[in-house]
Design a protein around this ligand. Structure first.
Ligand code: GAR
Length: 200
């Protein structure tokens, strides 16, 4: 069974979706650790409720990204983590973690990358009056939401679309798609560029 760590910074609804499918057996993985950079994040409560250990850190208390990633790495090794799942982790992953987990870090992002990378992708799509946005799951590299795309699913923006309505639609997709893709990755190996299969 693949031992995974989930990285989150906030609410952790994607983390919860992953906890739920591990419990139900739809995802054959063990969540060994939550890594969180915000001590008051609700994701930590979710970890506690599911009896998943968490490593919580404050970046400010370290002198560099390399230093806090080294601390994360020690925890990952301690729990024999094989694969990293970013789920609302709002930091760029640096060379320390990328080097140790090459090709073994994935991220979910609430837009059709390369459109609207970085923070507040939902707000960016609304501000741009985009007709379509969506969800992207991709491998992580050193860039901001730039790694090879595994899958994308589109969402249509209505004329009266609001932040809440778009976020709701996007998260509904995320909570279903991430577990599904993780299960594919863990059982079938690499699945890159499934975009066509899902576009409509
Ligand atoms: C998710 O929508 C995820 O796609 C996004 O943060 C949200 C976290 O929600 N990630 C990014 O924007 C990464 N650039 P959650 O904490 O409820 O899972």
């Amino acid at each position: 069974m693949k031992k995974i760590a989930v990285f989150a910074s906030g609410n952790g609804s994607n983390f919860q979706a992953i906890i739920d499918v591990v419990k139900s057996g739809e995802l054959t993985a063990e969540i060994s650790l939550l890594v969180c950079d915000q001590p008051d994040a609700y994701a930590i409560d979710r970890a506690n409720a599911a009896r998943i250990p968490s490593f919580v850190f404050k970046a400010k208390e370290y002198s560099s990204k390399a230093e806090y990633e080294q601390a994360i790495l020690s925890e990952l090794k301690r729990y024999d983590v094989e694969f990293i799942v970013l789920a609302g982790y709002m930091r760029l992953v640096g060379p320390t973690l990328l080097g140790a987990y090459q090709g073994k870090i994935v991220n979910i992002h609430p837009s059709l990358l390369p459109a609207f990378p970085g923070k507040d992708a939902i707000g960016q799509a609304l501000a741009a009056k985009a007709k379509w946005s969506g969800v992207t799951i991709h491998y992580v590299d050193e860039g901001m939401d730039t790694g090879p795309i595994i899958v994308q699913e589109r969402v249509k923006l209505e004329e009266d679309e609001t932040r809440d309505s778009l976020q709701h639609k996007i998260q509904q997709i995320e909570h279903k798609l991430y577990p599904e893709i993780l299960q594919m990755l863990f059982t079938q190996g690499d699945v890159i560029n499934d975009t066509k299969a899902r576009a409509y």
